[in-house]
Design a protein around this ligand. Sequence first.
Ligand SMILES: *Cc1c(COP(=O)(O)O)cnc(C)c1O
Length: 373
Amino acid sequence: MNPIAQAEAAGPADSSRLTIDLGALVGNWRHLARLAGQAETAAAVKGDAYGMGLEPTGTALERAGCRSFFVALPSEGLRLRRILPRAAIYVLSGLTAGNAPALAAASLRPVLGSIEEWREWSAYRAGGGRGEAALHIDTGMNRLGLSLDEARDVSTGDWRRQGLTLVISHLACADTPGHPLNETQLKRFRAGAALFEGLPASLANSAGIHLGAHYGFDLVRPGIALYGGAFQAGMPSLDVVAKAEALVLQVRDVPAGESIGYGASQTLRRDSRIAILSAGYADGYPRIAGSTDEQPGASVFLNGRRAPLAGRLSMDLMAVDVTDVPNVKRGDWAELLGANIPVDEVASIAGTIGYELLTSLGGRYERRYVGAA
Ligand SMILES: *Cc1c(COP(=O)(O)O)cnc(C)c1O
């Protein structure tokens, strides 16, 4: 055996790990399905299922009864199709030029997002092409979707013979229940969906589901709530799905007056014990969440206590102040995100949102899936 194969066989333990609780994921989906009532509950699994891993997530959700999935890209759709032969898979980026036959061959449904895409799709169908698609109507987000006028034009034509299975729109401000744009979009979507009588309609993401049953229509498309992220101001998140941990590589005593890490951004005010953890910004932990003399940063959780970051974090390492945490030693695990350190807490310190943090976690953690049915 060559030395690399030998090392692989021996399996040197990794020093950062990501545990994904598929039981919590499925529990969250079931909770949302109960809220959705009569509407079908689909799942948004774009961005590698918000960083949780497309295949394990897709498999667990399908086993729980999820029948429709939303990905961003055709490549994500293909990955999902390989493991879910029967699911309805919608591609939110829509129809890129010339792609209709390839999408149809894998039974991927483009969500047609402009009148150009609609024209290309209907020409493809008129030429004998097969396959199904959804139609996206813009109701105020001004990102993707046909205008209401364009949708009206489409609706006066032969749309019933173009393989349409769903009409959707997307809410811009559902995370803020009092925002007036929610009502405006709801009204516009009612008008838009009514143009396509008999076609199932879908408006709500995670936050939209919580705006009330009248936002549910025929199918809801939750994403972030499935993965335990915050979805709406004032609403608690559902069960935590991801736990990211890093190993304590060493613990050192650092006297008051010394600084820690690049740029000497934080000077210790007291004699301190500092633990060095094996994770950094290359693991998707935001660099800006470190501590400076001006501003404390995020915390990690170890041995039952919180420990604040000390100084700036590096690419692969971070220092945390464990002066007040008893018995920290080399080989302990520190929770970076999870039940004790909510992803949205770290995100907010870093000036971002849970969505961005989860999708940034990347491939360097040793991944473990637990709680699968
Ligand atoms: C991402 C996305 C969703 C899911 O949104 P969440 O806020 O994560 O629930 C639903 N619909 C569309 C069109 C999306 O792009």
